[in-house]
Design a protein around this ligand. Sequence first.
Ligand code: ZN
Length: 299
Amino acid sequence: MAEQEYDLVKHAKRLINKPYNKIADQAKAASIAGKVKLIKEFTIEPYNGKGFELKKGQIVRYEIIEGPQIIDCMYLVKSRPTKEWADTFHSSSLGSHTFTEGIHFYSNSPWCRPLVSFIRDTVDNGMIRELYGELAAHSYVLHNGSCSSGLWEAIYGVVDSYSCHVGIAQGFLEVADEEVARFHIHPPSFMHYQVVAFDKVPTALTYYPGKPAIKIGDFVELLAHEDLLVSVSPCPMGDQCDTTAYENFTCYPVRVAIYESEDGPFETAPDPQRKTMNAVDFNLADRPKMVTGKIGKKP
Ligand SMILES: [Zn+2]
């Protein structure tokens, strides 16, 4: 019976995440104990993306200050912003599609290392599950995407509306340059404060209102393991309480605060130094020493 219950995926995830969990827990404990100092704070205004730098060992807090407000976040490695970034596919493969504290955001191939750890979440996730079922959550990834103006035109007939594509690009134009903004034109973002459940058959998600579960003063915190360029878009779906027309979406500002440990930056996840090559470079080099499995034989 025990063998039948053995879950290879779960086992592999536990092993891969284990060394990073302890590091994330240290930062979480310090934050809860108030052993942090505020480095910087600012407000993200509705219908405006925001770009900023987050240094290795810093904590970023996104706080609800007026009403529930969905945010879409992207994290790029500052030293190679068009090569390595927090990847929604790797992060959900090694974690989950909906998430709360304890999930790490892994970078794309070939690096596949934690860039950010989700360390605190004050939202009443129990209330979200009571209201909308066991599968419901407010932080999630919808594989390699975020809302776009094309999608809003298709659904609501509005042309050139504000979307998270527009906001994320605005943020990267602010903190980086046009090359970076154009490269990430289809931003795979990490969403917070968006109540959803992957509860349909075939599997797809349902959107639920942000009120009453998400309250003023709620926040999420994430620890950066690398020097990052961040872009955050306040999603036009806002509090997600009225989605009957694009013009009925209601949005609010969000506070961002950046902290360090009282004693300097927090300990961060070591780079696993993976040796796998970039897939195009590997092909162009005639796939040296490529590892494969078996080829099946006809019985
Ligand atoms: Zn959006």
